[in-house]
Design a protein around this ligand. Structure first.
Ligand SMILES: NC(=O)c1ccc[n+]([C@@H]2O[C@H](COP(=O)([O-])OP(=O)(O)OC[C@H]3O[C@@H](n4cnc5c(N)ncnc54)[C@H](O)[C@@H]3O)[C@@H](O)[C@H]2O)c1
Length: 290
């Protein structure tokens, strides 16, 4: 089965020639796969990363394939740095057709063992990082002429919840709501917004996230989660075609793979209470929780 079939998408068409894309957190996982695919389809990609080696590494990969890309070392929690990024991208290319606010970190642990510092860190990266992207780029995207598309990476956990992940779930629900509100406001001005909601993806998020596992069982959680992600998580190359599909079709919410998320989402819509029990079971299996 081809990757785009697993993602429930049509095969990407090579029609991004002359388009400009900005992808945050593009040095690894979902962001890297999306940056590579957009470049293969003809877009120039601004690869935005907190880790400069990763940014230059992905740019080198794109250039080896004959694509166009530019690295930027930016921490998305720094509003001034994101504003400077937007100014630099517009100075170079004059427009942004695709903004993928994707940088994010994970977090899991009992709430009573989660320090405020972790809450703040997750909110700063996963929510304010997206807000900074919106704040810096949207006014320019509205003025540039032509259409634009913003993809905000949320999660299946932006549509329903799991226990022992309250800070993460908080940010991802916020990103879904933020995306819906923005699309309602901007789509009649030709800027479309999609909340991307992947299920478990086998990426480095678990090693990249300093706040991933807290509490007495942190080491066990970290190992369990990494093993489960490797075994059950989809490859990030499954998610990238869903981003391209979302740019073509402009859905408000794009789940991927649809079969992993849609049944739980529907169940949650029917009975949020039923999802509570399922969530507790799932967290025990996936994260080795209590
Ligand atoms: N992996 C999953 O199972 C999964 C599932 C659903 C949603 N997501 C979301 O997908 C997005 C990408 O995650 P991933 O799984 O590809 O993780 P990843 O760790 O492989 O990639 C994330 C990248 O973001 C970068 N980053 C982190 N903080 C940053 C900051 N402050 N500024 C700029 N860059 C920063 C990291 O250096 C890393 O290269 C995240 O928003 C995550 O919450 C992941």
């Amino acid at each position: 089965m081809r990757l785009h079939q697993l993602a429930g998408t049509t095969p990407p068409k090579a029609d991004f020639q002359g388009k400009v894309a900005v992808v945050t957190g593009a040095g690894s996982g979902i962001g890297r796969s999306t940056a590579l695919l957009l470049a293969r389809l003809g877009a120039k990609v601004h690869v935005v990363e907190i880790d400069s080696e990763r940014a230059t590494g992905v740019v080198a990969e794109i250039e080896r394939e004959g694509g166009k890309a530019q690295p930027h070392t930016v921490d998305v929690t720094d509003a001034d740095a994101v504003a400077t990024l937007a100014a630099a991208v517009y100075a170079t290319d004059g427009r942004v057709d695709i903004l993928h606010n994707n940088a994010g970190i994970g977090g899991v642990g009992p709430v009573e063992e989660t320090p405020l510092e972790d809450w703040r860190k997750i909110v700063e990266v996963n929510l304010m990082g997206v807000v900074h992207g919106i704040h810096a780029f949207v006014p320019r995207m509205l003025n540039q002429g032509g259409s634009g598309h913003i993809i905000n990476t949320a999660s299946g956990l932006g549509l329903f919840a799991a226990p022992e992940m309250a800070p993460y779930v908080t940010t991802k629900h916020a990103v879904v709501g933020l995306s819906e509100s923005l699309n309602a406001e901007l789509s009649n001005r030709d800027v479309y917004v999609t909340a991307l909601c992947p299920s478990g993806v086998n990426t480095r998020i678990f090693e990249n996230s300093a706040v991933l596992a807290r509490g007495a069982a942190a080491d066990r959680r970290r190992q369990t989660v990494a093993r489960r992600a490797e075994r059950f998580g989809v490859h990030p190359d499954v998610v990238a075609p869903a981003v391209v599909d979302a740019i073509h079709r402009r859905p408000l919410i794009r789940t991927v793979p649809r079969l992993h998320i849609a049944p739980l989402w529907v169940l949650h819509r029917i009975s949020p209470g039923l999802m509570q029990g399922l969530g507790r079971g799932a967290i025990r299996i996936v994260y080795g929780g209590r």
